[in-house]
Design a protein around this ligand. Structure first.
Ligand SMILES: *[C@@H]1O[C@H](CO)[C@@H](O)[C@H](O)[C@H]1NC(C)=O
Ligand SMILES: *[C@@H]1O[C@H](CO)[C@@H](O)[C@H](O)[C@H]1NC(C)=O
Ligand SMILES: *[C@@H]1O[C@H](CO)[C@@H](O)[C@H](O)[C@H]1NC(C)=O
Ligand SMILES: *[C@@H]1O[C@H](CO)[C@@H](O)[C@H](O)[C@H]1NC(C)=O
Ligand SMILES: *[C@@H]1O[C@H](CO)[C@@H](O)[C@H](O)[C@H]1NC(C)=O
Length: 191
């Protein structure tokens, strides 16, 4: 389910978004993650290279902190954006929504961002992601973005960002030694 739900949801959302207000002019619906019927829509995502890039402001995040995530490349009208961990779960939550966008609760409160309406969102629009306090490890930002009725792209994925200083007090010995190796490696690279 976890590998299946979100990608199908994104395609369904995007295809539906393009039906000129028939489906989700006000953003993706809250229950769409669980009620997917991918065979019922013609999927016409643009297969050419996406003009969009998802640019996190940093390649690390602080557990419990915020990270600015910018959509570069072109203006757009529709969006569904999430941070996903290595098991494909949406993690963290979004806040400080730019014009014409809003939160969407898929599994957890505000774990996704969608459009509020079809007004143009400028290129360079910034979203604010709040990382969980317990680091979910490496996270990538994944989106479906629609420019117009005919032009939308699915599966737009950022470079991964890694969790900064872990806050968990429950690390096992194995994790601790792994952590030491990572810290040592970072030190060697940075030094
Ligand atoms: C939502 O939760 C279900 C059940 O735990 C999981 O299978 C699914 O992958 C989750 N979806 C997202 C987008 O996190
Ligand atoms: C899907 O596309 C085909 C060919 O363009 C068309 O005949 C069919 O009616 C479409 N189905 C839906 C549900 O839009
Ligand atoms: C979107 O919402 C804003 C107000 O929040 C409004 O000014 C604008 O006209 C709306 N755009 C559309 C296409 O409905
Ligand atoms: C997004 O944030 C960056 C850095 O603060 C800023 O330079 C840029 O103008 C912002 N984009 C928009 C559309 O406001
Ligand atoms: C896909 O995107 C390209 C570049 O924006 C555009 O030229 C082309 O017409 C699009 N194709 C479809 C089927 O929308």
């Amino acid at each position: 389910m976890s590998q299946f739900c979100l990608p199908v949801f994104l395609v369904y959302f995007a295809a539906c978004f393009l039906q000129r207000g028939a489906c989700f002019p006000g953003g993706a619906p809250t229950d769409a993650c669980q009620n997917l019927t991918p065979g019922h829509v013609n999927i016409t995502a643009n297969s050419s290279a996406t003009p969009f890039t998802i640019m996190p402001a940093s390649n690390t995040y602080q557990p419990g902190g915020t990270l600015r995530v910018q959509i570069m490349g072109a203006s757009f009208r529709g969006i569904l954006l999430q941070a996903r961990d290595s098991t494909n779960q949406a993690v963290g939550f979004w806040s400080d929504f730019p014009d014409f966008t809003r939160s969407l609760t898929c599994n957890n409160s505000a774990d996704s961002v969608t459009h509020q309406n079809t007004s143009v969102k400028v290129a360079g629009t910034n979203f604010t992601w709040n990382a969980p306090r317990n680091s979910p490890g490496d996270v990538s930002f994944v989106a479906t973005i629609a420019m117009s009725r005919e032009q939308f792209w699915t599966g737009i994925t950022s470079d991964p960002v890694s969790g900064g200083t872990p806050v968990s007090l429950h690390l096992g010995a194995t994790v601790l030694s792994l952590l030491n190796i990572i810290l040592l490696t970072n030190w060697m690279v940075e030094g």
